[in-house]
Design a protein around this ligand. Structure first.
Ligand code: F6P
Length: 534
C-alpha cells in the first residue's frame, strides 16, 4: 500500500487543493466526535488517497492492535508491559485485566484517595504549619511535569484551589524562581516521579525539602509523592497516606489521567478533574467504535502519515488559537516524539523511512508575528494543525475571541489560496512601481499557497474538551506507531545521555579529573571551570 500511496502522491502533487473543493468537501473530509470537529479538507487528500490510507491501516491491522491495547495485552514489548492509560479514565467501563487481575478497583481506589486529599487541601482541613495550603509546587520532569503543566493554565477558568507551580529543570534557576515569594509554611510539595530516581526530580525535591526546613519543623508533613516506587518514596520520608501510586502499565507521557494529574485536581477540584477524565473516556469510546473512515484519531494519524511518510514534509506545526493551550506544543512534543521518534521496528529491524515528524508550535496569534513568515513563504512545506474554540470564557471580551477566530481561519485560507504573481504585480503597479523594481516588489509578495493545514474545532475549552483533545492525540500516536510497526511506548533514546551525565558529574566538580573523557567534552569542562567564579 505504501507504493500505491506514493504513486497517488506523485500523480497529484501539482494539483491545487482549492480544485478539490465543492460544497460537500468539508463534510466529507471532516470528522465529528461528541462536539469536537476535525477538518482535514484543506489538504491534498482526495477520496482515492483516503481510501488507500484506510486500506493501509487495515493492512497493518491497526484495529486489532487497538483492541489488544485496550484489553491489557503487553504491547510495550521491550519493557514487557501493558499500555493502559485508558484504564485511568475507564470510569464506567468493563473490567480490564493485566496478568489475570482486574485493574479497575485499584484505579478507582486511587482516584478516591486523590479526591479525598484534594478536598482536604482545598477545604483547609489539611494544613501546613502556617495554616491552609495556598501554593502547590509540583516537582517532576517529562511525563511527570508536562501534562499537569499544560492542563493547569488550560483550565484556569475552572481553578479555585491553591496556586500551582511546576518545577522540572535541574537548573537551580527553575526551583529558585518558582519558590521565590512562596511561604514554606503554607506550601505543599508534590514530588512526581514514576521511578522516583530521576536525577533532576530528586535533586529538586531535596533542595525544596531544605527550603521548607528553614521554616517548617516537619517538612515531610508538607510533602506528597506520586510514584510507582513505594520503597523510594518511603526512603525519602514521605508518609504512606500521602503516596499516590500507579502501575507500570501507565507510561510517563500518558500519565496525567491519574495521580500525576493531582496538582490539576487540587487546582480545579475533583468534579472538574472527573470531567477531564470523561472527555478522555468519550474519545476512547469513539476511537474503539467508530469505523475507520469516520474515526477522528485515524483521521489525524492518516493525515500525518500522508504528510510525513508520503509527501516527505519533515515537521508539523501545532498552532492552538487558544492562549491557555500555550504548553500544548511542548506536551505534544514529548507525547509524539518520545513515542514515535524511533528507527527500528518492533522486531528490531532498521526502518527504511523516518517515523515521527518534528512537532513544534506556539499559540496564535503570537506565532503569526514570529515564524509564520516561513510557514507562508519558506521553501519547505510545514503542515499546520490549527486548534480553536468557537468561544472563549470571557463574555465581556467576546470581540477578542472573534478576532482570534477570524485570524485562525484567515491563516488556513491564506496557506491554501496563496497569492499569484499577477495579483501581486497588479497591487505593486497600483502603488506606482515600474520596470525591474516592479518585478522585485511583486515577487516578494507572492505566496505559493497550496500549503496543507487541518483545523480542530470545539465549542469552548472545558475540562471535558481538554480530555477529548489529549486522548485524541494519544490515539493518533498509537495509530501512526501501529501502522509503522514500532513500539510507541518505550523511550530507549533518552538513556545514553543520562548515562553519560552520570559519568561526567565528578569531572565538573572542583578538582574533578577529566581523564577518560572524550577530548571534545574534556575541553569544554576545562573551559567552564576556568570561567566560573564560585
Ligand atoms: O527521560 C525520559 C523519561 O523517562 C520520561 O519518559 C518520563 O516521563 C520522565 O523521564 C520522568 O520520569 P519519572 O517520572 O520516572 O521521573
Amino acid at each position: 500500500m505504501w507504493d500505491t500511496l506514493k504513486a497517488l502522491q506523485a500523480a497529484t502533487k501539482d494539483r491545487k487543493i482549492t480544485d478539490l473543493f465543492d460544497d460537500n468537501r468539508v463534510e466529507e473530509f471532516g470528522v465529528e466526535a461528541d462536539g469536537l470537529f476535525f477538518d482535514f479538507s484543506k489538504t491534498n487528500i482526495d477520496a482515492d488517497t483516503y481510501t488507500a490510507l484506510i486500506e493501509l491501516a487495515e493492512e497493518k491491522k491497526v484495529s486489532a492492535k487497538r483492541d489488544a491495547m485496550f484489553a491489557g495485552a503487553k504491547i510495550n514489548e521491550t519493557e514487557d508491559r501493558a499500555v493502559l492509560h485508558t484504564a485511568l479514565r475507564n470510569l464506567d467501563g468493563d473490567a480490564v485485566f493485566v496478568d489475570g487481575e482486574d485493574v479497575m478497583p485499584g484505579v478507582k481506589a486511587t482516584l478516591a484517595q486523590m479526591a479525598d486529599f484534594a478536598n482536604a487541601v482545598r477545604s483547609g482541613a489539611f494544613k501546613g504549619q502556617g495554616g491552609a495550603i495556598t501554593d502547590v509546587v509540583n516537582i517532576g520532569i517529562g511525563g511527570s511535569d508536562l501534562g499537569p503543566a499544560m492542563a493547569y493554565p488550560a483550565l484556569a477558568p475552572f481553578a479555585d484551589g491553591p496556586k500551582c507551580h511546576f518545577v522540572s529543570n535541574v537548573d537551580g534557576a527553575d526551583l529558585a524562581d518558582k519558590l521565590a515569594g512562596l511561604d514554606p509554611e503554607t506550601t505543599l510539595v508534590l514530588v512526581a516521579s514514576k521511578t522516583f530516581t530521576t536525577m533532576e526530580t530528586m535533586m529538586n525535591a531535596k533542595s525544596a525539602f531544605d527550603w521548607m526546613a528553614t521554616k517548617v519543623s516537619n517538612p515531610a508533613d508538607q510533602f506528597a509523592a506520586i510514584s510507582t516506587a513505594e520503597e523510594e518514596t518511603a526512603a525519602f520520608g514521605i508518609s504512606a497516606e500521602r503516596v499516590f501510586g500507579f502501575e507500570d502499565w501507565v507510561g510517563g507521557r500518558y500519565s496525567m489521567w491519574g495521580p500525576i494529574g493531582l496538582s490539576v485536581m487540587l487546582a480545579v477540584g475533583p468534579d472538574n478533574f472527573m470531567a477531564f477524565l470523561r472527555g478522555g473516556q468519550a474519545m476512547d469510546q469513539h476511537f474503539r467504535t467508530a469505523p475507520i473512515a469516520d474515526n477522528m484519531a485515524f483521521a489525524l494519524a492518516l493525515t500525518g502519515i500522508w504528510h510525513h511518510q508520503i509527501c516527505g514534509y519533515g515537521t508539523r506545526a501545532v498552532l492552538p488559537y487558544e492562549n491557555r493551550l500555550l504548553r500544548l506544543p511542548a506536551y505534544l512534543q514529548q507525547l509524539e516524539m518520545e513515542s514515535n521518534g524511533k528507527s527500528v521496528s518492533l522486531a528490531g529491524d532498521a526502518l527504511d523511512q523516518t517515523v515521527g515528524p518534528i512537532v513544534w508550535g506556539e499559540p496564535g496569534t503570537n506565532g503569526q508575528h514570529a515564524f509564520y513568515q516561513l510557514i507562508h513563504q519558506g521553501r519547505q512545506v510545514v503542515p499546520c494543525e490549527f486548534i480553536v474554540g468557537a468561544e472563549g470564557h470571557e463574555p465581556h471580551l467576546a470581540h477578542h475571541h472573534r478576532a482570534l477566530l477570524s485570524n485562525c481561519l484567515a491563516q488556513s485560507e491564506a496557506l491554501m489560496l496563496g497569492r499569484d504573481y499577477a495579483t501581486s504585480e497588479a497591487r505593486m503597479k497600483a502603488k506606482g512601481h515600474k520596470g525591474d523594481a516592479l518585478k522585485a516588489h511583486a515577487m516578494q509578495r507572492v505566496f505559493s499557497g497550496n500549503r496543507p493545514s487541518t483545523t480542530l474545532m470545539y465549542q469552548k475549552l472545558t475540562p471535558f474538551v481538554l480530555g477529548q483533545i489529549i486522548a485524541l492525540y494519544e490515539h493518533r500516536v498509537f495509530v501512526e506507531g501501529a501502522i509503522l510497526g514500532i513500539n510507541s511506548y518505550d523511550q530507549w533514546g533518552v538513556e545514553l545521555g543520562k548515562e553519560l551525565a552520570v559519568k561526567l558529574a565528578p569531572a565538573v566538580e572542583e578538582g574533578g579529573s577529566t581523564e577518560g573523557l572524550h577530548a571534545g567534552t574534556a575541553a569544554l569542562v576545562a573551559r567552564a571551570k576556568a570561567l566560573r567564579t564560585s
